[in-house]
Design a protein around this ligand. Structure first.
Ligand SMILES: C[S@@+](CC[C@H](N)C(=O)[O-])C[C@H]1O[C@@H](n2cnc3c(N)ncnc32)[C@H](O)[C@@H]1O
Length: 354
């Protein structure tokens, strides 16, 4: 045993709990290098390893993110069981109805990118991804540069107002401002053409949903109107749902069938993938649905549609479970109908980057 070892063991013994076990918490409080409940001998770290105080050992060979081994282990959990209380000008953002918590986006950005990486959200809404990328500067390992595409100007205005108000509130608290990210107005199918190939490290998005009920409802309403008036009112092709969330419509403003929606998404992701660098990731929020006595496994359908059109491989599906979500009673006592308290997060890797 070297004298160094003796010192390390002596320090280890100093931090014992009431039962004589190693008190990692106390050792950590004293800034001793601790990982997985053991004192780390920093002299024994390999050249590619670095101890980051309070976070564990970082491996310089890490190509995916800036997480230490300990953080990586936690980040590979397939379920994110976290409610995100209303925050970041939630009242304003909730006009959208399909907005994602910026801090959940920041968590995913931290798992699938490194500081300084480029993030793209082609369906950006009121900017959950963009705000998440900005949070990474102060609450993660460093800022990411993000670009968002959004075809509805109202959502872009809301993103900009949210950023302004949030930064006023942060200034009052003495917190540093959140960086503004780049929101581009237009159809993502056109805007993606200006994004150079391989220039994006992480595509994080939340796709516009397919709404089966609405398709049928809209078609029935149109049929009724057409039979009464003999004409179709173009204004009917609005893109916003009752809850403000955008449903899937095609470029002519027609509601889509599920097959059309899948084909549209697959075509768009085929082009999006060109923009993603080898070694990057495409991470996609998608909720399943229960309609008319049957479970619509939209996440599986979308994963297969994207995989069959774009040169990507599904690497994982994560589940975001929101334990704070209200439960509703459907089907009781005759039929089992799931109360959806989760969303799926599909994780794809571009092919050929091993
Ligand atoms: C589910 S929402 C995304 C919400 C976003 N994650 C947030 O936090 O606000 C999908 C968004 O995609 C937009 N969208 C749908 N089709 C689009 C297209 N072809 N080009 C650009 N934006 C589109 C919709 O207007 C909608 O705001």
């Amino acid at each position: 045993m070297t004298s160094d070892d003796g010192e390390r063991h002596r320090q280890g013994r100093l931090f014992t709990d009431d039962d004589g076990g190693f008190d990692a918490e106390r050792a950590r409080d004293e800034s001793l290098p601790v990982e997985d409940g053991e004192l780390i001998d920093t002299d024994e770290l390999a050249d590619h390893q670095r101890y980051v105080e309070g976070r564990g050992i970082y491996d310089e060979r890490n190509r995916i993110n800036d997480l230490t081994g300990k953080e990586w282990k936690y980040a590979t959990k397939s379920v994110i069981a976290e409610g995100y209380p209303p925050a970041v000008q939630h009242d304003l953002r909730s006009e959208h109805g399909g907005q994602k918590p910026p801090r959940l986006c920041a968590t995913l950005i931290g798992r699938f990118s490194k500081a300084g990486d480029a993030v793209l959200d082609p369906f950006a809404g009121v900017g959950g991804t963009l705000l998440g990328a900005s949070f990474c500067e102060h609450e993660g390992t460093g800022r990411r540069e993000a670009i968002g595409f959004e075809r509805t100007e109202r959502w872009i205005d809301i993103y900009e107002t949210v950023l302004e108000r949030e930064n006023e509130a942060r200034a009052e608290r003495g917190d540093p401002p959140l960086a503004g990210q780049e929101m581009r107005h237009g159809d993502c199918a056109d805007l993606i053409e200006d994004v150079p190939d391989d220039s994006i490290d992480l595509l994080l998005t939340d796709v516009p949903y397919w709404h089966m009920d609405e398709l049928e409802q809209t078609r029935n309403e149109r049929a009724t109107r057409a039979s009464k008036l003999g004409s179709f009112d173009e204004d009917d092709a609005d893109s916003a749902d009752e809850d403000g969330r955008d449903s899937a419509i095609d470029s002519t403003g027609e509601r889509q069938t599920k097959a059309e929606w899948l084909a549209d998404m697959a075509e768009k992701f085929e082009r999006f993938t060109d923009a993603v660098a080898p070694g990057g990731h495409l991470v996609v929020f998608i909720g399943d649905m229960y309609r008319e006595q049957s479970y619509e496994f939209l996440s599986a359908d979308l994963a297969r549609a994207i995989e069959s059109a774009a040169p990507v491989t599904l690497a994982a599906t994560l589940v975001w479970y929101d334990p704070t979500k209200d439960l509703h009673v459907y089907g009781y006592p005759f039929s089992f109908v799931p109360s959806m308290v989760h969303q799926n997060v599909l994780v794809f890797r571009p092919d050929g980057n091993e």
